[in-house]
Design a protein around this ligand. Structure first.
Ligand code: TYM
Length: 341
């Protein structure tokens, strides 16, 4: 069977990159798959989080999923710490993954920065927990932005090594040879890597100190308009062809955003705006962005005002997620050779 899993960290400032690269795709995939969408709070604490702020942020990400159109009754929406099997499987996978594999992870190097000795052990082991998130549901498809590609390749390597290392035991327990399926990354569409509005060479990110670099899902219409009008561009009009666009990172980014929000592609956007001045294109982009994000923003506000409702959705989702995860863990314990209760 085909199962989608993906996660978003509750670390504040959900932005247009998170929406276009991930959450909007989550919504689209609901028609073809059984979907599990997780607020990954265990991942968030790999760097210090203020406890009060973390709690608020967990509910806000859940609200963003629901406001964007994720159906928490047909599919599963929950927060990671409510399902203990994530951490449990992560430990087993810590013992499968190799130091050399983790040493290659570019995101750890970026996040740890120069003071690597002072990074948490959790930040280093983070990709193993991410592999556990996916594999504990034996998910087959994982929609993410481009920046998660390396982590997904690692998850595939871990799945394969587990299946190989324990091949005899998997067979002895009467389980399918490919106990863990190879999770397939779904990284597609015009906005797999949304860039900063201030610098076409940097990705749009929660941690950029400049708030003008990103459009937050909580921004109102005036903030969205101001940020898009101020977005960095080159002085030329919009190009006529996608080839020319590729050489102009800031233009490419804004066209990609327009394409994703309008469910088109770069070619269809250039068809409409090729040769236009940026002032005109930016106004159209403001209107489109406000019309798409406005309703999501309003619904998020409505939802976070009722944390009791969100907590019920999360609790109900966690119970259903745990039923799946517990079955996998039972098998994993048999495969590894633990004595079960
Ligand atoms: P996170 O919380 O940093 O980001 C959530 C999702 O948003 C995507 N994204 C972007 N897409 C396009 N352009 C951007 N500028 C941009 N910035 C972020 C991310 O690729 C991601 O899909 N490690 C993950 C969370 C995670 C996870 C998982 C994902 C934990 N376990 C299992 C998939 C499966 C992360 O930190 O995402």
């Amino acid at each position: 069977s085909q199962r989608v899993f993906s996660g978003v960290q509750p670390t504040g400032n959900l932005h247009l990159g998170n929406y276009l690269g991930a959450i909007k795709r989550f919504v689209e995939l609901q028609n073809g798959f059984d979907c599990i969408y997780c607020v990954v709070d265990l991942h968030a604490i790999t760097v210090w989080q203020d406890p009060v702020e973390l709690k608020r942020s967990i509910r806000e990400v859940a609200a963003a999923f629901l406001a964007a159109g994720v159906d928490g009754s047909k599919h599963i929406v929950f927060n990671q710490s409510q399902v203990p099997q994530h951490a449990e499987l992560a430990w087993v996978l810590n013992c499968v993954a190799r130091l050399g594999w983790l040493n290659r992870m570019t995101q750890f190097k970026e996040k740890a920065g120069k003071d690597r000795e002072n990074a948490s052990v959790g930040l280093y082991a983070y990709p193993n927990l991410m592999a556990a998130d996916i594999l504990v549901y034996r998910a087959t498809h994982v929609p993410v932005g481009e920046d998660q590609k390396q982590h997904l390749e690692l998850a595939r390597d871990i799945a394969q090594k587990f299946n190989n290392d324990f091949a005899a035991s998997i067979a002895a327990n009467g389980l399918a040879e490919k106990f863990f399926p190879q999770p397939e990354p779904l990284i597609a569409g015009p906005a797999t890597r949304v860039m900063s509005l201030r610098d076409g060479a940097k990705k749009m990110s929660k941690s950029d100190p400049s708030d003008a670099s990103r459009i937050n899902l909580t921004d109102d219409a005036d903030q969205i308009a101001a940020k898009i009008r101020k977005a960095k561009t080159d002085p030329l009009p919009l190009p006529e062809s996608v080839e020319e666009l590729k050489a102009r990172p800031e233009a490419d980014n804004l066209v990609g955003i327009y394409a994703a929000l309008s469910d088109g592609d770069a070619a269809s956007v250039l068809n409409a705006f090729g040769g236009a001045q940026f002032s005109a294109f930016k106004q159209a982009l403001v209107d489109l962005t406000v019309s798409k994000l406005g309703p999501i923003n309003a619904e998020m506000k409505r939802l976070v005002a009722d944390p009791g409702h969100i907590d019920r959705v999360l609790g109900d989702g966690a119970a259903r997620a745990e039923a799946i995860a517990a079955e996998t863990m039972t098998h994993v314990k048999d495969i590894v050779g633990f004595v079960r209760r």
